[in-house]
Design a protein around this ligand. Structure first.
Ligand SMILES: Nc1ncnc2c1ncn2[C@@H]1O[C@H](COP(=O)(O)OP(=O)(O)OP(=O)(O)O)[C@@H](O)[C@H]1O
Ligand SMILES: [Mg+2]
Length: 269
């Protein structure tokens, strides 16, 4: 099992849309894929065709030790399985912040290690796990990064994007020091790129320079298209809708496969 987490502290940059479309690419390539929603708003759960308020149990119950991941994971219409989230996840994070014990923390588990425990228990069933995170430094985001082999940073091609990358890199550095020294940045994924605008070109150029400074790769940009806002209704990835728009996601999927192979090779040696 290889785990990658999509994260950016900024909202609306395409984390959820990218999670679904990268998962779709890997599933189409015969990989057993699990997508995990760690956002209490349930955006990924909705994008996979579910109404979060109608689901029980969800990630909340897995974190709190009231349900097993096996009881919680559901299928999707496009191949991957989904570990869903609903609003109760906010209360779970609040209870953890207030130090309220759960069966798992009573056994000595640090709250930020819950995701690692949950995924280890289903690891044999999946080749790749892709975790979608909320747009804030929060317990679910930290737990998702603490469990991951790598992270992908979607960044929308807008002026504030450059400040965002610096902040994300600072968070990742702290997580490497305190929780997960092996966390690799697989790359920055520019999203909502408008081909014919000078602004998008300038931003991706500046983003490329910043990536070089941080020593991290940048993927080809995902174009801006209204087709993305139509996706949640179809409950599936871009490759099933407008394949041309999914090409950058194909590139990301290739990189996920390459790093997964490399990581597995290293653990087998
Ligand atoms: N390449 C794109 N072009 C145009 N619209 C996009 C693109 N990618 C995503 N969108 C749209 O932008 C909105 C935000 O996307 P998405 O929900 O994936 O972002 P997010 O980073 O997960 O947001 P949040 O931080 O709120 O969870 C959605 O309406 C989505 O359909
Ligand atoms: Mg989202």
């Amino acid at each position: 099992m290889y785990i990658t987490t999509l994260c950016n502290l900024k909202g609306g940059v395409g984390k959820t849309a990218s999670t679904v479309s990268i998962a779709g690419e890997l599933a189409a390539d015969d990989h057993r894929v699990l997508v995990v929603d760690t956002d209490a708003q349930g955006g990924l759960t909705i994008s996979c065709g579910y109404d979060p308020s109608e689901l029980y149990p969800t990630l909340t119950e897995c974190i709190e030790g009231e349900a097993t991941p096996g009881e919680t994971i559901v299928g999707t219409g496009f191949g991957p399985d989904l570990l869903p989230a609903r609003l109760s996840l906010s209360f779970s994070a609040l209870r953890a912040a207030l130090g309220e014990p759960t069966p798992e923390t009573r056994k000595g588990e640090e709250p930020y290690l819950a995701m690692r425990r949950i995924l280890q228990s289903v690891g044999e069933h999946y080749d790749v796990v892709i975790i979608d995170t909320p747009p804030a430094v929060s317990l679910p985001m930290v737990a998702a990064l603490a469990a991951a082999d790598s992270t992908i940073i979607p960044i929308d091609c807008k002026p504030l994007a450059l400040r965002g990358l610096k902040l994300v890199m600072q968070c990742i550095q702290l997580i490497r020091i305190r929780a997960n020294s092996g966390l690799k940045v697989l790359g920055v994924l520019p999203t909502m790129f408008r081909k014919r605008t000078l602004l998008s070109a300038e931003i991706t150029e500046a983003l490329k320079n910043q990536c070089n400074e941080h020593g991290i790769p940048m993927f080809s940009p995902v174009s801006h298209s209204v087709r993305f806002s139509e996706l949640p209704r179809t409950g599936g990835p871009m490759r099933d809708y407008v394949p041309e728009l999914s090409k950058p996601y194909q590139e990301v999927a290739e990189e996920v496969k390459r790093h997964a192979k490399q990581t597995q090779g290293a653990t087998q040696e």
